[in-house]
Structure formats: structure tokens, C-alpha cells
Design a protein around this ligand. Sequence first.
Ligand code: F6P
Length: 542
Amino acid sequence: MDIHEICRLAEQHKKRSIIDLFIDNERADKYSVSAANLYLDYSKQNINDDELAALYLWATEKKLSEKISALFTGNSIDGSNINNTEDRQVLHSALRAPESIKHQVLGCDAADVINTEKQMASIVTGIISGSLVSASNQKYTDVLAIGIGGSFYGIKVALSALKPYQNELNVHVLANVDGGAVQEKLQLLSAETTLVIVISKTFTTQETLLNALAVKEWMLAASIHSDIIAKQWYAVSTNISKATEFGIDENNILPMWDWVGGRFSLWSAVGLPLALAIGNDNYACLKAGAYQMDEHFHNTPLENNMPVIMALIGIWNRNGLQCPSLAILPYDHALRALPGYLQQTDMESNGKSVSNQGEKLTWQTAPVVFGQEGTNGQHAFMQLMHQSEDIIPTDFIVAIQGSSQYQKHHQVLVANCLAQSEALMQGKTLLQAQNELIAQGKTPEQVEQLACHKTMKGNTPSNTLLMDKLSPVSLGALLALYEHKIFVQGMMWQVNSFDQWGVELGKELGQKIMNVMQGDENDNLSSSSLSLIKKFKNQLID
Ligand code: F6P
């Protein structure tokens, strides 16, 4: 079995109506699975028992279970580290495992990891209690986390999601190099009571360093305390020397490790801003929820394994049904940052076309991931999803219990979520549209004219993920679920999900264009770019 056989199998059923699959009255029960406080209903997917069986057979032949074990043990796969192009292990799941597992899996790094967790917890306790004060001996009121990509998205999605669990510390994130973003934050802050955390695995990221320098200059200018940087600044990085060179006290630098990819690093000291916002206990619950999903993923047979099911059906949709996109629609204002987080986690991991062995792939890989909170999406892109020819598989995510006192609002929110998944599957035929218009008393001419505009293709597959309530535990499980789904897809697509060489060219050209803007000779840039640089330099658009 290989992916091309899977595609051939799907080809035969591309025109099948999902609704017809519900002839099996047991389908909703059979095509659902629970794990780590989450419930996945995948019955609205365009797939049947035999096709699922073929996917599981393919995964078994590809030794997926052994590969899953390698993720948790650090063992090599086919003689190489999982992140083979950077020759690094992939062990972010160990960060949320009990200490006994940390010692088993992390070897000599275990003690460092455990000590760093203790240092994090001590900083959090000290800052929240006020025993750790600023250079002017004041209790901290604000925290500013400076970082981008994986040094930003995980913190952002969790801060938004766990607002109800936050204490009185105001935790801000600054990612973009746009000075507007810097000004917007600094206007909110007082230098004397702000803790700054520079988060950068490499400590070489242009945006982060420029932002950190601007904030450092702002803070030094605003304070009479010469030790304000040494006292109020922390860093999280693998690059201790660069961080100390920047002026951060070595005792305030928390380490990261090469076996933690940036987009999988919320469970490391990268999570410090979040832990400051929600406290040590809630941060521990986030990791506990993720660990529950790890245990499910590591120990459950493929057929009942939630990340495996989502991954394989995602491949069925992407490669079999040839759907190029994936919509992530959290029907929860608190999860509004989830689509953006998953854009990096999914597309930066699997948006590749060369296998981990260096061969050009003959199949597609990661879909284009997009989305926003529901019900807002219904007033944005749902028109296209219902009436364009493009079928866009969708993940709906909703909590049974709302997080506000507005029960009616939550009922309407949930009803809309379920309605959209039903509507995307059912669609509306021409006959149904005609009968509706007739029932509304429209004239035959009006029915003739309007009915075709009211048809909807339907047959759009979707998952619906339910959680009892959005909490640190359920959020941890949700983020780990998607991490593992993406891991499985990377393994089945035979790509390295843990490098990101594709971001290098943009960075290189960015530096070249900066140099040309500052007067260097153009370095075989296109006339378009040179013309645009010229307009920028002349500050005019004629
Ligand atoms: O987006 C490219 C990338 O390298 C991500 O993988 C990473 O999370 C981000 O930039 C920031 O990198 P750093 O944490 O080293 O500043």
C-alpha cells in the first residue's frame, strides 16, 4: 500500500455523497473517538470503513507505531534522528512528562530541564507574590514577551484562550518588527514595573533583536536605575553567549535545547510569560493535559488513536480528494488565535516537497491552513465554502460549557457551529431551492431566475471536536493533538516536519535589500524590486 494507491481508492469515490454514508445508523457512534477530555466526531468525513481500513493498513506497513514510539523515546528512525537534516532528536513531549520519564528519555539533559522548570516556577512565584521586585523596588505590573514564530504563537494562543485563569499581571507579546507594534506596547507600559523576557531559540532573529534593542533603549531612557536591564530582563534561548552579549544577566537566562523545535516549545521556558499570567498550577495543568494526549497517542491502537485518525483522514482529503486547504474554525472567541498558531505548526512543519531522504516528492503535502473564530467566519469566507466549487475540509472546535455568564449566547454559538458542519455536508439541491421559493410564494419566473443562485454544493467533509470546557487541561490536550496529527502526517508524507529551511531565502534577501536601501550596489535584484526600493528611498509614490 502506498499513497498513490490511497489516491486511486479515493478517486473512485470523489463524487460520493457523504450524506449517503449515514445509511449506517451507527455511523455517528462508530466514527467518533474520545481522548484526553476531547471528543472527535469524524462521521461527516467522506470516507467509509474499507477506505479507513486501507489507511490503517498503509500506516501499519509504514511502521507508524514504531515511529510514534521514537517520538517518545528519542530512538532514531531508519538510523537517523527524527529531525535528520539538522541531526537533532525531537523530544518536546518529554517537557510535559513526569520526571521519571524525563530521566529515561533525556539522559544528561534531564537534570538541566528539571532545574529550569524549578527556576521558572521560582520566578513565577516571586513575581506574582512580589518578593521579586523591579530595580526601583516595586512589584511588577506588566510582562513584555519579545519573540516571533514559535517564540510567540504558542504564548499568544494560550494567553487568549486562558484569559479567565489570568492573575493581575498584564502580559503582553511583541512579535512584529513594525515599529507600530513596538509603540503600541510601550505606550501601555511603565519602565519601572515592567519585566521583559526576550524569547529566541537562536538569539539571532532580526525582528526579535531589533525589538529588544528598542525596548532596552526605551527602558534605559525612562529609568534612573543603571541595573534595570540586569534586574528586569530575562531571556529564553539556546544561545547563552548572544543573550549575555545583549546585556542580559546570565542568571536570568533560561536554556532551551536543540531537541525542542521552536513551534513545539510552549512546554519549555518559552512558556514563562504564560506561566506568569496564569500561575504555576495552571501552567502545570496545561502540561498535564498535553501529557494525557501524549499517553493516548503513544499507547492507543491506530484505529482508536485521535491524532492518527485526524492525520490519516487529513491525508485522505489532501491527497485523495485533492483538497488544497484546511479551515480551522474554533467556535470560541478565546480560541481566536488558534488558526494562526496552527498555520505555523502545520505549514512550517509539513509545507515541503522534498522527502527527508532528499527525493522530490510525487505527492502534495501540507494544506493551506486558514480560519478564524466562529461565528465571525460566517460573515467572511463561508459564502465561498458553501457556493464555490472548492471543497474545503474543516475542523470545527467548540466547548460544551461556555466561558461567560451568557448562556443564550453560548447556545446560539454552538447551534451555529453544528449548523455550519451540517450545511457544509448537506448543501442545497436545485429542487430544494425551487421548492423553497415556491413555498415563499415566488412567481415561476422568480423561481426560475433565483433557484440556481441558491443551490449549495454540500459534500464538504468536517471534523467536530468537542471539549467540556476550555481550560488549561483541555487546551494542553488540544495543542498536543494537533502537534501529533502534524507529526503523523509528516511521517506518512515522508518529510522532516522539524526543520524550516524555506524561511532562509527571505531572510537573506531581506538583508540584501536593506543593504541596497543603504546605498550598496544592487545584487541581481529584479527591476521591480529596485524600482520599489527607489520609491521607498525617495519616499514617494508618483
Ligand atoms: O519562522 C522561522 C523560525 O525559525 C521559526 O521556526 C522560529 O520559531 C522563529 O523563526 C523564531 O526563531 P527564534 O526562536 O530563534 O527567534
